[in-house]
Design a binder for this molecule. Structure first.
Ligand SMILES: [Zn+2]
Length: 255
């Protein structure tokens, strides 16, 4: 091939590569958000989640949906809960809906003799489950999974007041943009976001985000913890309100 022909071939190849690259980047981005786009307000908001995708049907037709308002008269749980959390390195993601921390293996709970590993925790503002109508200003959801894949979530409501050292430590790494991650060798102990008294309400419910899958064991702590108003403001600036409205209790029982 003559030199000028080689130049043309190279040029065409380069132009093609440049043209294809942005398309690939877009596909990757789409891949990060499988399924339809859902939000906390407007046409794709909570009232419409069940219509956005067949896979989201439970959001509309489920009979044991979360969150709920736990009546002040509800009995506290007599289930045996042991919490074994340990420090884990900072591993945060802004997934476009919330700030979520992936927890390194080692932290777990034992509920009535069954071990559930702490997989991740994340936040909502304001809180989601309420006790006697009070959702709090923010909530942390500790998501655990047992060997059979069943989920158990501990809900700790927070109200504005003294800073929570774990929240403040995590917020130093807060990824502000969707799909952004933050990794750091420094560790936080999730136990620092548990209330002093760990009496709770237990009931069956669902994920509070699409696909709203049921079969989730919920444990809502009766006692709240405090969180710095500055940290609340930062979260609000990034996510706005990211709490699903209260769902009907139906015929569920507290256990
Ligand atoms: Zn949640």
């Amino acid at each position: 091939m003559r030199a000028w022909k080689k130049m043309i071939v190279l040029g065409v190849a380069l132009a093609l590569a440049l043209a294809v690259m942005p398309a690939l980047a877009k596909e990757e981005h789409k891949g990060g958000h499988a399924g339809p786009h859902w939000t906390y307000e407007g046409n794709n908001g909570p009232a419409h989640w069940g219509d956005l995708d067949n896979a989201f049907e439970a959001c509309k037709v489920g009979k044991e949906q979360s969150p709920i308002d736990v009546p002040g008269t509800a009995p506290k749980s007599s289930r045996k809960l042991e919490i074994h959390y340990q420090p884990a390195p900072v591993d945060l993601v802004n997934n476009g809906h919330t700030l979520q921390m992936t927890v390194a293996p080692g932290s777990y709970i034992v509920l009535d003799g069954t071990r559930y590993d702490l997989v991740q925790f994340h936040f909502h503002t304001p809180g989601e489950n309420a006790v006697a109508g009070k959702t709090g200003d923010m909530v942390v959801h500790f998501v655990h999974k047992n060997a059979k894949g069943a989920l158990a979530v501990i809900d700790v409501r927070m109200t504005a007041g003294a800073a929570n050292p774990v929240v403040t430590a995590l917020w130093k790494f807060f990824p502000k943009k969707a799909d952004e991650k933050a990794l750091d060798k420094s560790t936080v102990n999730p136990a620092g976001m548990l209330p002093g008294s760990q009496t709770f309400y237990s009931f069956a419910g669902s994920l509070t985000t699409p696909p709203c899958s049921e079969g989730v064991t919920w444990m809502v702590m009766d006692q709240t913890i405090s969180v710095d108003a500055k940290d609340l403001k930062t979260f609000g600036q990034v996510f706005g309100k990211n709490a699903r409205p209260l769902q009907p209790m139906g015929s569920r029982k507290f256990n």
